[in-house]
Design a protein around this ligand. Structure first.
Ligand code: 7GP
Length: 827
């Protein structure tokens, strides 16, 4: 091994440049200065928003001290760095996290109390930065939290979208999207760093010229550009004085571009040009698990990746750095295919800007990237039209062709005469509309390719990328996802946190496997009662949040059964809805006496991509079912359906600690991992789930007695698929299922036309086999009811879920990336 290695974890930072005082009096003083001189108001005239901004700025200065100290220490002891490239970071609120990680909660509570400020109201003022869609974006946020906590040198690169994921509202049950104006009331956590702006070029053509000693070379003549301006966010580690950087790029018109037009006196054209440039970071594409083949999206991808690699190469590394040693200094982790255009970008810089020959440039590039795949849906893999890439990034297209030619030559050498294999593996999809398969490009160039749970990684190897796994078996690895226990347990669930602390101390917060020490407490009736009272406190807290949002209250004595995740057919919200409707139909038809129904509140949280019609129709149906069921006296208040709008990280932090049952019911082989499943188990919810994604590992760890498994396994799904699946036959042969579907289609829940269309599609197509798993699901739900009736047994299982979920810390995921990917010394 050569070059600097990753440092051991948990180093304390050196002294900061200016050490903040960390006492209440000083904090009060600093806060008032921010309020008076930063916000320009005296305390008695300040609004909650002034107070929020002043408090955030005050807290930020503490993070800044750590950030300066961390940077100074890293300069003195350089170590290999992780450049995490992600188009999404679903951060959640910053204030609570900053207070927790920098250990300022006590000081701030007392300071605000002395000033007569309502800290809870101030915290509620924060609009979370929703710069991501779902699992992939939230995972990136958990990973940067863990890396800071483990004191690993990392810079997270991404896009500062002016509008994040839309705010979801319901109008007569239908989803209506409202723009997310998260920056409108101020952005106290970021600081703009205009001197480090990077110009990003687009378009134009490529020309040949004679280089050194007359060597023929190529160079890009772009015809437009934008300025990428960095905004830094500090990522504090937990109680360790470390703050890493999250650098999000914002697009602005370049001065030259602007001035040139202004000088021609065309004001309107100058403004148009500016708007055009700024559109690039204007809005997050609200797609989840499907690619958006839009030109603007490719512009976004290249924009942030070119800025990030440029920033690292030409802004971060010392000027005289020998680029041959680049792989010892940096590993760029590609969070799905969105940043994969970075591969030809690095090649271009090494070839065209630094004058290297192909073999040397490739030797470097092919050691600087690793690729994480987050899906199993073939339709979710990005393919960009060659014509588009050629027009937007002509030099990159040339480089991609060259990478492909050399790669396919190697494939032919290994598998002579196997033209089919060559076609399958090519980076270029041939046929009418030629396309660039970004996952293939990533796999060819990456040091390592990983899936996000064991089953997913196995299916990547055996199915999605099987040809590549045959060629390079050592390239493929798994890193099971994880979640940060700081945000999703300590911060979200104070009652459970203090219960755990009382039992086993606080060491688990950075060493989550230590939750195992809770196992014996599952047998302690006093502990179990305290555990239940923590759940009740969380339910009350959730209720007060829902009340404030104007959403219906949840009955306190109900089982809280939650399904929170993006709305997608493969996740099968419809399957859960069918169970709800069949329970209701059982009571209506007299098949089941109401008093035999377990009191349950079924809670959904889900956004649908605005263009995803079936998903939106499903939301509309859930809302209609809710309004009928919630007001039907025949159910005697035993079944309740809640669908609070705008599920986001903030709501997740309230909801997850209150949950009793976690719904993880995707069709086996479709959910890459899931991370909500981990958060819920860690907070003591029992899972009802299929053998899919990380459910497999959760069940293995918590034990079969503490998990409700149901449904087809992946090989059975594949088998049924190839045999031919006929949902209509399932419908016809299962009277309970048929009655539920018929009740919906009859218009009992309103809008008969919409109901019939959705049920028609289900019975006719059922792409994700909800009907095939229906009976198994209903049977498993009966087991849930039986267990819930035995309060002590349920609580025991819930405690064991907490005790055995330590593996799902994102700290462990990061250690796995360090061991299996980032430390990897390759050929
Ligand atoms: C998600 C996967 O659907 C989910 O199973 C996984 O837990 C999560 O990534 C984190 O790995 N994928 C996305 O959110 C997504 O947009 C694009 O995938 C292909």
């Amino acid at each position: 091994a050569t070059g600097p290695q990753f440092p051991p974890t948990h180093h304390l930072a050196d002294q900061p440049a200016v050490a903040p005082a960390r006492d209440v009096d000083t904090f009060v003083q600093e806060f008032l200065e921010e309020l008076n001189f930063g916000q320009g108001v005296p305390l008695d005239r300040s609004t909650i928003n002034h107070q929020y901004l002043a408090l955030a700025s005050t807290v930020r200065s503490y993070l800044m001290a750590d950030w300066l100290a961390t940077a100074a220490r890293r300069r003195a002891h350089p170590a290999k760095m992780v450049g995490y490239l992600s188009a999404e970071y679903l951060l959640g609120r910053q204030l609570g996290n900053a207070l927790l990680n920098s250990d300022l909660e006590g000081i701030v509570e007392e300071a605000m109390r002395q000033l007569g400020i309502d800290l809870a109201a101030v915290r509620a003022q924060e609009v979370e930065p929703g710069l991501g869609n779902g699992g992939l974006g939230r995972l990136a946020a958990c990973f940067v939290d863990s890396l800071a906590t483990m004191d690993v040198s990392c810079i997270g690169y991404g896009i500062r979208y002016e509008y994040g994921i839309f705010r979801q509202t319901f109008v007569e049950g239908r989803q209506v999207e409202v723009p997310d104006t998260w920056l409108a009331l101020g952005a106290p956590w970021e600081f703009r760093n205009p001197e480090r702006a990077v110009q990003v070029d687009f378009g134009g053509s490529v020309e040949s010229y004679a280089g050194d000693q007359g060597r023929p070379r190529r160079r890009w003549r772009p015809d437009w550009n934008v300025l990428a301006v960095p905004y830094n966010y500090m990522v504090p580690g937990y109680h360790n004085g470390v703050a890493n950087t999250l650098r999000l790029w914002s697009a602005e018109a370049t001065r030259a571009f602007d001035l040139q037009i202004f000088n021609h006196g065309d004001y309107a054209e100058a403004v148009r040009a500016q708007t055009f440039a700024e559109n690039i970071s204007k809005v997050l594409y609200p797609e989840d698990s499907t690619p958006q083949g839009k030109e603007l999206r490719l512009q976004q991808q290249y924009f942030f990746v070119a800025a990030s690699i440029g920033d690292y190469l030409h802004g971060t590394l010392p000027e005289d750095f020998d680029l041959a040693r680049l792989p010892e200094q940096i590993i760029f982790q590609l969070n799905d295919t969105h940043p994969v255009i970075g591969i030809p970008e690095l090649m271009r810089l090494l070839l065209d800007v630094h004058g290297m020959e192909w073999d040397q440039a490739w030797a470097i590039t092919s050691r600087c990237f690793a690729y994480t795949c987050h899906t199993l849906l073939p339709e979710a893999l990005e393919v960009w039209p060659v014509s588009l890439v050629e027009r937007l990034l002509p030099r990159h297209m040339e480089i991609i062709f060259e990478i492909n030619d050399r790669f396919l030559a190697a494939v032919r050498a290994q598998f002579p005469g196997d033209d089919d294999r060559v076609r399958r593996m090519s980076i270029i999809a041939e046929g009418g509309d030629r396309g660039v398969r970004m996952a293939h490009l990533a796999t060819v160039a990456a040091v390592r390719v990983n899936g996000v749970a064991e089953l997913h990684s196995q299916l990547l190897r055996d199915k999605v990328l099987v040809d590549f796994a045959q060629l390079w078996p050592e390239k493929f690895t798994n890193v099971t996802n994880g979640v940060t226990p700081r945000r999703f347990l300590v911060s979200a669930n104070p009652p459970l946190t203090s219960l755990i602390n009382d039992a086993i101390g606080g060491g688990w917060i950075t060493d989550l496997e230590r939750l195992r020490e809770l196992e014996p407490y599952a047998e302690d009736p006093v502990f179990r009662e305290r555990f239940r009272s923590a759940k009740r406190a969380n339910k009350d807290h959730l209720n007060s949040t829902l009340l404030a949002a104007g959403t219906a209250q949840l009955p306190a004595d109900h089982m809280l059964d939650v399904m929170v995740k993006r709305l997608h057919e493969y996740k099968r919200q419809m399957l859960k809805l069918l169970h709800i409707v069949s329970t209701y139909e059982g009571v209506l038809s007299g098949r089941v006496p109401a008093e035999q129904v377990t009191p349950r509140t079924c809670l959904f949280g889900a956004k649908a991509a605005p263009g995803y019609a079936t998903a939106k129709e499903t939301i509309y149906l859930i809302n209609r079912v809710a309004s009928v069921i919630n007001s039907d006296p025949k159910l005697d208040g035993r079944l309740f359906v809640a669908f609070p709008p705008n599920y986001n990280v903030t709501l997740a932090q309230r909801l997850i600690p209150a949950a009793d049952l976690s719904e993880q019911i995707s069709l086996a082989g479709k959910e890459a991992s899931g991370t909500g499943n981990m958060k819920l188990a860690l907070n003591g919810a029992l899972t009802i789930g299929t053998d899919d994604g990380a459910n497999v590992e959760i069940r293995k760890l918590v034990g079969d007695d503490n998990f409700f498994l149901f449904g087809m396994r992946e090989p059975e799904v594949a088998e049924l698929q190839s045999r031919g699946y006929h949902p209509g036959e399932v419908y016809a042969s299962n009277p309970v299922l048929k009655s539920a579907i018929d009740l919906i289609a009859s218009g009992h829940f309103g809008d008969r036309g919409a109901s019939q269309a959705l049920m028609g599609d289900l019975v006719g197509n059922d792409r994700f086999m909800a009907l095939a798993d229906f009976q198994a699901y209903v049977d498993a739900q009966a087991q849930v009811d039986a267990k819930f009736a035995d309060t002590e047994a349920w609580t025991r299982s819930a405690i064991l879920n907490v005790a055995r979920s330590g593996y799902f810390s994102s700290d462990r995921s990061m250690r796995d990336y360090l061991d299996r990917i980032w430390g990897a010394q390759v050929h």
